[in-house]
Design a protein around this ligand. Structure first.
Ligand code: 5AD
Ligand code: SF4
Length: 456
């Protein structure tokens, strides 16, 4: 009988990637995924520590799982293993088990390749009536990639490929340098080995991933340093990928050469996620962002010169310590000036151990909430306006999943918009699933588009 794995992912795309790898790893151990925690032999929470809310949610989820588990065992059901992975696990280590003794295993983002062994160990301990209490939060990265590279790849047409991990920038609000560790670029050969596997499996769209992906500087065996720009050029030439994306970037590492790639490489999609966080020089300096608002503006101008249709995305934090109304209005002005296709925005959340958390000029919650609402109103308006400009256009859409309605498929436009299409019957679904098809956009909503197939 197959065993069941329930895995919940919180946070960023790095975690989504890590979850996929864990699912692959455990499939070799005979585990199939279930969406019912009740049903599972192994429950994994792949957690995020970036904001307080995300971290606290983990503890409430653990509480709920504990209740479920107790009920199940009372009814004669079998015991399961509860594992907490990801960045909360890295940051808190065995503290999690002190606070929530029901947790059997704790492992960080750099040790999940050992999940099969840890699970076996936990099972063994349980069968001997011992509480497992396994903690593995080592931060060295290369062993993980070596181990993961041996795995086969899944059969999807879109794939993530991690080229870089961690961060040395130490923005004063951010836990990433502590939870994911320092900046690490995989070697050119290792990246290409994984790329080749994805290419051979027929992947059409690859997203190069890294917390600071445009800081990529992987070495080759010949001692040549590869930039992200050159890596994208090489992938465009040497693989059959039709679409190449990369995320997340930092303005400081947005070189002219990488900007040029947007004008030069057809496969490089017209979408750029480039967080600026705030619109005032005073605040970005206090955030230790290593760039100014003027330098960010210049990058956006240059990118738009290369690709006038590029969809811009970003991250914003409101209510950073010391942010005045006037500082916040500079953020609003910048947002109005740039005009985003979509963006993420957050209230500043003081994270223990980061420099900004110790400042004594923290902003009151209600002020943060008001600023966030004002900013989000504008960002939602911009996203809707961007979507409206798509109506009537013909776009290539990679239909990567089935929709909620029968006969419906959902894919992504080159600009990362979700596009829904009703293709009709089951045959048509099968015929178009996992295909890159030209579609006419017939209507736009705040978060997605509707399209129709163009008959050839
Ligand atoms: N509070 C609020 N938002 C944060 N981010 C990172 N750290 C914090 C924090 N302490 C946001 C940034 C980053 C995104 C992934 O999360 O905008 O780009
Ligand atoms: Fe965090 Fe700043 Fe590094 Fe991004 S660049 S991961 S916000 S420290």
């Amino acid at each position: 009988m197959t065993k069941k794995l329930y895995i919940k992912t919180y946070g960023c795309q790095m975690n989504v990637y890590d979850t996929e790898r864990m699912v692959d790893l455990m499939s070799y151990e005979g585990y199939a995924v279930t969406d019912q925690p009740d049903d599972a032999d192994l429950v994994v929470l792949n957690t995020c520590h970036i904001r307080e809310k995300a971290a606290e949610k983990v503890y409430s989820d653990i509480g709920r799982l504990r209740v479920l588990k107790t009920k199940k065992i009372k009814k004669g059901g079998k015991d399961s293993i509860l594992a907490v992975g990801g960045c909360v696990a890295q940051a808190e280590g065995s503290e999690i088990q002190r606070r929530a003794p029901v947790v059997d295993m704790v492992f960080g983002p750099q040790t999940y390749h050992r999940l099969p062994e840890m699970t076996k160990e936990a099972h063994k301990a349980k069968s001997e009536g011992i509480r497992p209490q396994i903690v593995d939060t080592d931060l060295s990265v290369s062993e993980k990639f070596d181990s993961l590279s041996k795995q086969a790849v899944s059969q999807k047409k879109t794939a993530f490929l991690t080229v870089q991990e961690g961060c040395d920038k130490f923005c004063t609000y951010c836990v990433v340098p502590y939870t994911r560790g320092g900046e690490f670029s995989r070697s050119f050969e290792d990246v290409m080995k994984d790329a080749k596997k994805l290419d051979d499996a027929g992947v059409l769209e690859v997203t190069l991933l890294g917390q600071n992906v445009n800081a990529y500087h992987g070495m080759s065996a010949q001692g040549v340093e590869w930039t992200l720009a050159n890596l994208i050029r090489h992938l465009a030439k040497e693989t059959n990928f039709k679409r190449i994306r990369y995320t997340t970037s930092h303005p400081q590492d947005m070189t002219d050469d990488l900007i040029a790639v947007h004008g030069e490489i057809e496969q490089c999609m017209p979408y750029l996620h480039l967080p600026v966080q705030a619109g005032s020089d005073k605040i970005v300096k206090a955030m230790n962002r290593h760039h100014t608002i003027a330098s960010y503006r210049k990058i956006i101008d240059d990118v738009r010169k290369m690709r006038s249709d590029i969809a811009l995305s970003g991250d914003f934090i409101v209510g950073f310590p010391g942010e005045t109304d006037a500082d916040f209005q500079e953020t609003m002005n910048l947002v109005r000036e740039i005009n985003y296709a979509q963006a993420y925005s957050f209230m500043y959340s003081a994270r223990p151990g980061t420099p900004a958390a110790d400042r004594d000029d923290q902003i009151e919650e209600h002020v943060k909430a008001e600023r966030l609402a004002e900013l989000q109103d504008e960002l939602i308006r911009q996203q809707r306006a961007f979507n409206d400009t798509s109506v009537g256009k013909i776009m290539a859409v990679l239909l990567e999943r089935t929709g909620k309605e029968a006969g419906q498929l959902v894919g992504r436009s080159p600009y990362m918009q979700a596009v829904h299409v009703n293709v009709g019957n089951r045959d048509m679904v099968e015929q178009n699933f996992d295909k890159l098809v030209d579609m006419k956009i017939i209507s736009a909503g705040p978060r997605s588009l509707k399209g129709e197939l163009i008959s050839k």
